[in-house]
Design a protein around this ligand. Structure first.
Ligand code: SAM
Length: 311
């Protein structure tokens, strides 16, 4: 039995608990117990099993049961993306090393994200997949506070080192997968993310969550590395013709980056679920955003902007 089935059943149990449906709660709880027993990963199965036992013992206390179900979903999410944590372990320092230089292709992403997020003095910004906080630091100079979210302890440690060196006080971190983090409704002025959303499998769920956190008019600004599509190639080509010196500068800096990055970085890239800018924009629209795509000078990068529409 695979983890995906268990996750689906846990979500059904969660829904049954929330709607106080006793019959469905018992049904999904029993199904989960049976499928969990067949899970190949015995360690995970034992952990989930102990949460299920607690739910069974506390069936009358809805609040406690919902908490246990939430824990199961979190556990499954963590286990699905365990590879990403490994990636952070191996590449924390290495990443900082290679992204430290002012590479034009990379700083273009940050600058374009910041310009579109347009942080103001009183703003709260969430930077998801913040890594070594390279983008968070730039945002923090313009905003009231920045919350960086990343699942890699090593990447966040790099970020902590950088902010203490720079004596920056308005950045805090949450060490957790993007998939399970949450903020209050209408509490955030902008959400940014650079080169991280590729690692999120369910981008629509992510977009819906971000939509809730944002204040009306707030923006979700995404630096994307993606699969190249023909119509985007043509858009980039037109931009390159208009600004040939910037196109050249971008190409040279990217070639330099590839040389520095070494083969290992690309061989060991974590799991990616790539989408094109147009596919991502369509996902954001489904979540309620009004969208815009900003082309890069290279056809495999872009910034996609979603704005929460005020009604
Ligand atoms: C390529 S780095 C980008 C870091 C930073 N945003 C920047 O501009 O340099 C991708 C980051 O996403 C993080 N990441 C990948 N999948 C994640 C997930 N599911 N939840 C939270 N962080 C994740 C990685 O740990 C890594 O730090």
């Amino acid at each position: 039995m695979n983890k995906e089935t268990i996750k689906q059943q846990a979500l059904k149990l969660d829904a049954a608990l929330k709607t106080n449906n006793k019959r469905k709660t018992t049904l999904w709880l029993n199904k989960l117990i049976a499928t969990n027993d067949q899970l190949k990963d015995k360690r995970l199965s034992a952990q989930i099993g102990s949460q299920l036992t607690k739910i069974k013992e506390n069936l009358d206390n809805k609040k406690i049961c919902i908490e246990y179900t939430g824990l199961i979903i979190t556990m499954l999410t963590y286990s699905e993306i365990a590879e990403q944590v490994e990636y952070g372990r191996e590449f924390g320092e290495h990443y900082t090393e290679q992204s430290r230089n002012d590479m034009f292709w990379y700083t273009w992403m940050h600058d374009t994200i910041i310009r579109n997020a347009n942080p103001k003095k009183g703003d709260t910004i969430v930077d998801i997949g913040c890594g070594n906080a390279a983008l968070s630091i730039k945002l923090a100079k313009k905003a009231k506070k920045v919350i960086g979210v990343d699942l890699s302890e090593e990447m966040i440690n790099e970020g902590r080192k950088a902010i203490s060196k720079l004596r920056i006080k308005n950045i805090s971190f949450k060490l957790t997968p993007i998939e399970v983090v949450n903020f209050k409704k209408n509490s955030v002025d902008a959400v940014t993310t650079n080169l991280a959303i590729d690692h999120v499998k369910d981008k629509l769920a992510m977009a819906k969550k971000v939509y809730k956190w944002l204040k009306p008019g707030g923006k979700f600004v995404i630096g994307l590395a993606f699969k190249v599509e023909q119509r985007f190639k043509e858009i980039v080509e037109r931009k390159r013709k208009r600004y040939p010196h910037l196109a050249k500068k971008t190409e040279d800096s990217f070639a330099e980056h590839v040389k520095q990055a070494s083969g290992a970085y690309y061989e060991k890239q974590p799991i990616e679920f790539k989408v094109s800018p147009h596919e991502l924009a369509a996902i954001l629209q489904k979540a309620g955003f009004k969208t815009r795509i900003v082309p890069h000078y290279l056809p495999w990068f872009s910034v996609v902007v979603g704005q929460k529409i005020t009604s």
